[in-house]
Design a protein around this ligand. Structure first.
Ligand code: MG
Length: 310
């Protein structure tokens, strides 16, 4: 396993992992790729899996089939059974030219199969096609998780994150907190100022919440309408109350005029808090219900305030 010399703008280059037990093959392939891509090489299946287990994954893998100990088919199988590597395109590059060999490669989840001896321009063209498709599908996946109006995570992304963080909290025996926020008398705002102004207001509030979150794991998403949810991993009641109050205060200081609010002359929010502990095997729905109740209590007690679930 070694890192070939990198291009100066390596951070924007796609990474390609070349796996082959024959050094000459590696030399030819890597040599053809190195001016356009960041190239990683492995001379065994084991070494390939080790590279694939690192944080920075390659964008595509060129995979030899015939290798001692662990063959390319096995490497591909393992990649496809692991969610962290499942979506990395695999192109087999092999001297096995039988239709059944190639078919088996596709059955295992490869996107392409190149037979040896290969023509470099065609290898490059195929890599190019598959990288383009990979970037497109990554982009679509990202879009599916973003709220189009506010550009922050959407309901689906929140559900995914909440599920993940509840399990992490149980595993790490650490508390986590959820905030649910609602813009006070937002229907009146829309009725009075129009939906265009309502959209602008939602964007400002989303941005403001985002700016209040400082730790890398914290996440805010649009839950629906004028409701937002904040997920705070590793955060107990005191920490959650401080973040909630900071957000409430920041949004109030935006000083967005709201002539039809019944609690203030500008935009304000009500906030519910729920902190869960490691022992509680709470489901997402349960936690969301509890934080929704807390928000309901905040509204009942006059709005523009923060309330924790009891
Ligand atoms: Mg080989």
């Amino acid at each position: 396993m070694q890192q070939l010399p990198l291009h100066s703008s390596s951070e924007v280059m796609d990474r390609i992992l070349v796996v082959d037990d024959t050094p000459t093959n590696i030399k030819v392939l890597a040599g053809a790729l190195v001016s356009r891509y960041q190239v990683q090489v492995a001379t065994s299946g084991k070494a390939a899996l080790k590279i694939l287990s690192q944080e920075q994954k390659p964008h595509l893998v060129l995979l030899d089939i015939m290798m001692p100990e662990m063959d390319g088919y096995e490497v591909c199988k393992r990649m496809k059974s692991d969610s962290a590597t499942r979506d990395i395109p695999v192109i087999f590059v092999s001297a096995k030219t039988q239709v059944s060999d190639q078919q088996y490669g596709f059955d295992l989840g490869a996107v392409d199969y190149i037979t040896k001896p290969f023509e470099i321009p065609l290898v490059l063209a195929r890599i190019n096609v598959h990288l383009r498709l990979k970037h497109k599908s990554d982009q679509l996946e990202k879009l599916a998780l973003v709220d189009a109006l506010t550009d922050i995570p959407n309901r689906r992304a929140l559900d995914d994150c909440l599920d993940r963080e509840i399990r992490r909290s149980v595993r790490n025996e650490s508390p986590m907190s959820i905030l649910m926020l609602d813009i006070d008398h937002f229907k009146n705002y829309n009725d009075h100022y129009g939906h265009g102004a309502g959209d602008v207001c939602l964007r400002s509030v989303a941005k403001s919440i985002e700016n209040c979150l400082r730790r890398p794991g914290d996440l805010v998403g649009r839950y629906g309408g004028e409701e937002f949810v904040v997920i705070l991993p590793d955060c107990d009641e005191t920490c959650a109350a401080a973040v909630a109050e900071k957000i409430r205060d920041h949004i109030s200081r935006l000083n967005i005029a709201h002539a039809k609010s019944l609690v203030s002359d500008h935009i304000t929010v009500s906030v519910g808090i729920k902190t869960t502990f490691c022992q509680s095997q709470n489901s997402c729905d349960q936690v969301l219900n509890q934080v929704d109740n807390a928000l309901y209590n905040a509204k009942k007690s006059g709005r523009n305030c923060v309330m924790a679930a009891t």
